[in-house]
Design a protein around this ligand. Structure first.
Ligand SMILES: Cc1cc2nc3c(=O)[nH]c(=O)nc-3n(C[C@H](O)[C@H](O)[C@H](O)COP(=O)(O)O)c2cc1C
Length: 389
């Protein structure tokens, strides 16, 4: 921990890490101790908080080396502009920076500072240098800042940092050299300049697939419809709105793609005529004629070579039979069936209840699990299918 206002949030981070089953030791810079006392951290971690490089009371004669060798991961939360700069410059003049310098464990930084400090080109360059050297970062987020202002610079919430910890610890290279295109979220089709058709998809499932594929070593392009979600780290995001735009982005990327996961909720219909000016309210009803948008997954299924195509089906009745038909008709390798009638499945929730259906017709029901876990189970199947390709 370094000396920033966000240090108080690290209590919650520590609690979360402990709940996840982690063993944690806390190192504070001298400045961090100005913001929060060590007692809570000692009680929650079960170990004394360490700050001094040259302490007579330290358990080990060379504390920074003992600490550097101990962890699987070093998390610096909050990470001040000062400490980021010191690490980027290779300094090791206090316990925290010496531990980082001497450790071979991955390092995750959660930057936290005022917007102007964060935007300072020196800080930007230091962070970019560290990322280039393999340091990972989470955040910062945007919102209210301690100064009373609003902007980018807030330390990520403890939950997000804990997720990034898990991601860092579980990242692999199993999809190294593989290119994934993942579509996510809803699409929108205009009716007139102010109104449009859409659906309830939030993009959570597709974002989870993109994030997990990246964490497992793939090069990932995420073609995303409108969503509130922030881009997963290391993933290239192409933002689209209409079905035609999503089709264009996917078709362009397809020849270089090994795996296409179509998690987006692509609209089936669009207004046959888009009015060029706002349709007036007349007091009478309005009949809107809809035309099909065209299913570009069918097109891609026809031209696919070695590529693996994964589709999603959202059904409210005869789920498995309808999903199997869809898999055949679109020449997919795997289809993920969401049953909207089950609690914990579908839109806007963090969990999903799905059935994975293969080309050979085998259907595997998965229990209710987080969308990330579902993403990993889908990717486990994709991995099997990529074998030998
Ligand atoms: C009230 C107060 C709040 C501060 N908040 C931050 C902060 O959020 N981020 C930051 O980079 N520096 C912040 N600073 C400045 C750092 O504490 C200062 O740069 C210090 O030298 C950092 O030391 P360290 O990186 O060794 O912990 C703050 C200073 C004060 C007095």
């Amino acid at each position: 921990m370094t000396g920033g206002i966000a240090a108080y949030k690290s209590v919650e981070l520590l609690r979360r890490l402990k709940t996840m089953g982690a063993e944690v030791r806390v190192v504070m810079t001298a400045s961090a101790r100005e913001f929060v006392g060590p007692l809570t951290f000692e009680a929650l971690s079960g170990h004394p908080v360490q700050t001094e490089m040259f302490s007579k009371e330290a358990a080990s004669p060379i504390p920074h080396i003992a600490l550097a060798h101990w962890p699987d991961l070093v998390v610096i939360a909050p990470a001040t502009a000062n400490t980021i700069g010191r690490i980027a410059s290779g300094l090791a003049d206090d316990l925290l920076s010496a531990v980082v310098m001497a450790s071979t464990a991955p390092v995750l930084l959660a930057p936290a500072m005022e917007t102007d400090m964060y935007r300072n080109p020196i800080v930007t360059e230091n962070l970019s240098r560290l990322r280039g050297l393999g340091y990972r970062t989470v955040g910062p987020g945007t919102g209210f800042l301690a100064s009373g202002g609003e902007g980018i610079g807030r330390m990520s919430e403890p939950e997000e940092i804990a997720d990034a910890v898990l991601d860092t610890l579980t990242s692999t290279e199993e999809f190294a050299g593989r290119r994934f295109v993942v579509t996510a979220g809803r699409t929108e089709e205009d009716i007139d300049p102010v109104r449009f058709l859409t659906n309830r998809s939030t993009g959570k499932m597709g974002y989870a697939v993109a994030e997990c594929a990246r964490r497992r070593g793939a090069e990932v392009t995420l073609v995303s419809g409108p969503t509130e979600l922030s881009a997963p780290p290391g993933v290239e995001v192409v933002k689209v709105r209409s079905v035609a735009q999503m089709r264009e982005a996917v078709v362009v990327a397809f020849p270089e793609t090994d795996v296409l996961v179509m998690a987006a909720a692509v609209l089936d219909f669009r207004a046959r005529q888009v009015a060029t000016s706002k349709i007036k309210k007349t007091g009478a009803g309005l009949t809107l004629e809809l035309a099909p948008t065209g299913d570009f997954l069918v097109e891609l299924g026809k031209i696919k070579g070695e590529q693996i195509l994964v589709g999603f089906a959202m059904e409210t009745e005869n789920g498995v039979a309808n999903a199997q038909k869809k898999l055949e008709a679109k020449n997919l390798d795997l289809i993920v069936l969401n049953d909207l009638t089950v609690e914990g499945a579908g839109f806007a929730v963090d969990t999903n209840v799905v059935t994975l259906i293969d080309r050979d017709g085998a259907a595997q029901d998965l229990p209710k699990m987080s969308k990330r876990e579902v993403a990993d189970r889908i990717l486990d199947r994709v991995k099997e299918k990529l074998k030998g390709k």
